[in-house]
Design a protein around this ligand. Structure first.
Ligand code: ATP
Ligand code: MG
Length: 331
């Protein structure tokens, strides 16, 4: 029987952080044992909004590859590749662009929020507006069935599946497959500042490669309950970033629920909680940082090259099928 295919991508605009870890990396580590897994370093997509800072993108390609290996993705089990080296993805995007209206792209909630955040207005670059279409190309190029992502990516999958259905209907084929999201246990990790999402661009994340002192500083700067001034005060758990992180990373659920009860009643200080979270994160990130420090540039480049070759072979086959379905396989 043919194996299920999983695909995901991260944009190399910075190193990976704990949001990536709980949102998708943990699922990818599990899926690599069950699926044919493709993991794309999305440099082409990064250029849709960082085209004026090419060096930032270039410098982060191998940093992201290093994060993948450090966290436990195994290049023997997962195919790690670089998007810009696979021209077939651009070609697929071109055909899919005919199947989506500008209004539909503007309605995509994730794109809508980004357009406001980046203050693009009517001068939004065409490439940026079309990035969900290029994501549809990335996903379908590998016959993907599972996409391990955070919640913010759900509108992209919906868009992909609309394209798949439309393509298959118009060209009377079933060569494209619909894909489904695999959400992490924590669908959206809050930023250390309490903002909706820990993110590179908001600079409110703890990175997998942060030094111990930086991790501690970030934990101690976390937003808790502004009305919890004395240890004896009643405290709020909901919206308290330290508890959100403990929910995501502290394994002892029973102890955590008794800490929550104690905090609500009064008698548990923020410093005690932050110290527990700091210890938890230091323990999680130490082996990742250690593994990262042993990876050489040469080794990372080789892994990306091998993966890219393998991915290109598959993307070529899909593109051939797509063109055949459209009837443009002239000779
Ligand atoms: P940027 O700020 O440049 O948009 P980002 O840090 O938000 O970058 P993305 O490249 O947009 O990261 O996301 C890559 C993957 O990681 C996606 O699957 C996304 O859902 C997931 N992810 C990123 N941040 C979080 C988070 N805070 N919580 C859960 N999942 C996340
Ligand atoms: Mg993002």
């Amino acid at each position: 029987m043919k194996k299920t295919v999983a695909l995901t991508a991260d944009r190399p605009t910075g190193k990976l952080h704990l949001g990536h870890f709980v949102g998708s990396l943990k699922n990818r580590i599990e899926l690599q044992h069950e699926c044919d897994q493709y993991i794309m370093i999305a440099d082409t997509q990064a250029f849709t909004d960082y085209f004026e800072q090419p060096q930032l993108v270039i410098d982060n390609v191998l940093e992201v590859a290093a994060d993948y290996l450090a966290v436990g993705l195994d290049p023997n089990l997962s195919t790690i590749f670089i998007q810009s080296r696979i021209p077939q993805l651009c070609e697929l995007t071109m055909y899919y662009m005919n199947l989506v209206s500008v209004a539909r792209l503007q309605r995509n909630p994730t794109v809508k929020a980004e357009l406001v955040h980046k203050n693009f207005g009517p001068s939004v670059p065409v490439g940026f507006l079309c990035y969900p279409v290029s994501q549809a190309a990335d996903i379908t190029a590998f016959g993907t069935e599972i996409v391990p992502v955070g919640e913010d990516q759900l509108p992209m999958l919906e868009q992909t599946n609309e394209i798949v259905r439309r393509f298959n209907r118009i060209y009377n084929t079933n060569c494209l497959k619909e894909a489904h999201a695999r959400l992490g246990k924590t669908k959206r990790l809050t930023g250390i500042d309490g903002k909706a999402k820990a993110s590179k661009s908001l600079n409110n994340a703890i990175f997998l490669s942060d030094a111990p002192g930086v991790i501690k500083e970030k934990v101690y700067a976390m937003f808790t309950d502004p009305h919890h001034l004395k240890v004896s005060d009643h405290g709020r758990v909901k919206g308290n970033v330290v508890f959100e992180y403990l929910d995501a990373f502290y394994d002892n659920a029973e102890e955590l629920s008794s800490l929550k009860a104690q905090y609500k009643k009064g008698g548990l200080g923020d410093i005690t909680l932050k110290s527990l979270l700091n210890d938890t994160l230091q323990e999680l990130l130490l082996p990742i940082r250690e593994k990262r420090s042993h990876l050489s540039r040469k080794n990372l480049l080789e892994i990306c090259m091998d993966g890219t070759q393998k991915a290109e072979t598959v993307a070529k086959m899909t593109l051939n099928e797509v063109k055949k379905s459209m009837g443009i396989n002239y000779f």
